[in-house]
Design a protein around this ligand. Structure first.
Ligand code: NIG
Ligand code: FE
Length: 416
């Protein structure tokens, strides 16, 4: 049988495959793509002349490092307005929780988002997605949660799902109707939860964009029982479960995520030892969000060494949102993960690739450089991959490949 033809072959590159929970380094490596997938990966010296000639295009990378396209598995990039007012209040010493209770915080973004046109929401979300893409991100999870009514929640999911028409990125939308209690349900939190479960969730399922359901479980948001109700219903309907858990206080969020069979519990500054054990037993991933801890001046950090010892998969994400993490700088998040959370550079990089793919249930397709997976990768102009975690500077991205196509040429194909 003749060799399969390769569309592209990248050579003179060091490959970090991110397989087997390690960087999986192949120095002086090469990667080939065919039909949007990875067709070959290994040491360049093992390709053989005849095989090399089947490649329609050979790209020399000048010794760059190649990683899988990064996966940002927790973002809120669809929203309108900004939170400079909250920022100033926090600088004067008011807490995030106090501002939220006084009708600022998430609620001010809800007002702006409800009032914004779909075009406005799209324009700003595309520009935030481009900022992530400049950091090598090829897959983004995007949450609703600034609508809190059926129409606006669905509109947010629509805007998220349409992002791939504007740039070379894949999106995994998440329904976060239980993010806050909207003003029209003031004092009737339970009624809002029922409405979210009986009206917004079925409408989102019918719309078909959402892959996951998420809840903000916190004393300024929803109780563990309310979170359980939303997650149980969403998971029973076929969605993945996610949970904003134990961020500002210990709500038993890690244990709850394990009980309901969620894929991840996110934030986790107040995660208890019992919560770590429950997550380890149920294989719930921890999604760590150092950008939010930094922005809010959190006085605690997630129990990274306990999570590590327990063998819990640790993912990392920007949590890009206007309030608690106005950050699309992946390099800053990697840096904070190492310096503030005590992760190693290897763990941080795995957190944005293989681990994040697992959080989104996309591990069969993304997050590692292996034959058969989507040919999404980022080439970095660095001598050592730890550099990605070290200076807080401009992105050292050299080029990006999405579905086997260099991103500039892919961008020409997508609608403007
Ligand atoms: O992940 N914690 C709740 N949700 C977001 C914050 C959203 C906001 O403040 O607008 C978070 O930190
Ligand atoms: Fe969040």
């Amino acid at each position: 049988m003749p060799d399969q033809r390769w569309d592209r072959l990248w050579v003179d590159v060091n490959v970090a495959t991110m397989t087997d929970a390690s960087l999986g380094v192949i120095e002086a490596g090469a990667v080939a793509s065919a039909d949007e997938r990875i067709a070959w990966v290994g040491p360049e010296a093992e390709i053989g002349e005849r095989r090399r000639e089947t490649a329609a295009e050979v790209i020399r990378c000048g010794g760059a490092w190649l990683t899988p396209g990064l996966i940002d598995c927790h973002t809120h990039i669809v929203y309108a307005g900004d939170r400079t007012e909250d920022f100033r209040r926090r600088l004067r010493g008011e807490s995030y929780a106090r501002i939220a209770r006084a009708g600022g915080g998430i609620m001010s973004t809800v007002r702006a988002t409800r009032a914004a046109s779909t075009e406005e929401l799209t324009r700003s979300a595309v520009s935030r997605a481009r900022e992530l893409s400049a950091w090598g991100v090829t897959t983004i999870e995007v949450k609703s949660g600034y609508g809190l009514d059926r129409a606006t929640e669905l509109r947010m999911l629509d805007v998220a799902a349409a992002l791939p028409r504007h740039l070379a990125v894949d999106v995994s939308p998440t329904l976060l109707a239980a993010h806050a209690v909207p003003p029209e349900y003031a004092g009737r939190r339970g009624d809002y939860v029922e409405m979210a479960v009986r009206e917004i969730l079925p409408a989102a399922l019918e719309q078909g964009h959402a892959k996951a359901v998420d809840v903000f479980c916190e004393d300024i948001a929803f109780t563990a029982d309310e979170a359980r109700r939303v997650l149980d219903t969403g998971i029973a309907s076929g969605l993945h479960g996610r949970l904003h858990a134990d961020q500002l206080s210990d709500q038993g969020g890690g244990t709850l995520a394990a009980d309901v069979g969620a894929r991840s519990a996110d934030h986790l500054e107040y995660l208890s030892r019992g919560g770590v054990e429950a997550m380890a037993r149920a294989d719930v991933c921890a999604v760590l969000l150092p950008g939010a801890a930094y922005t809010l001046g959190a006085d605690r950090r997630p129990p990274v060494s306990t999570l590590r010892r327990a063998g819990v998969t640790m993912a990392l994400a920007t949590d890009a949102n206007p309030g608690s993490s106005p950050i699309t700088h992946v390099g800053l998040v990697l840096n904070l993960a190492c310096i503030r959370f005590g992760m190693t550079p290897e763990e941080a990089l795995l957190g944005f690739t293989a681990a994040a793919g697992k959080v989104l249930g996309l591990q069969a397709d993304r997050g590692t450089i292996e034959v058969g997976k989507r040919a999404d990768f980022a080439a970095w102009d660095v001598d050592d991959l730890s550099w990605l975690c070290y200076p807080v500077g401009p992105s050292p991205l050299k080029f990006l490949v999405k579905d086997g196509v260099p991103v500039e040429s892919a961008e020409e194909r997508v609608e403007g």
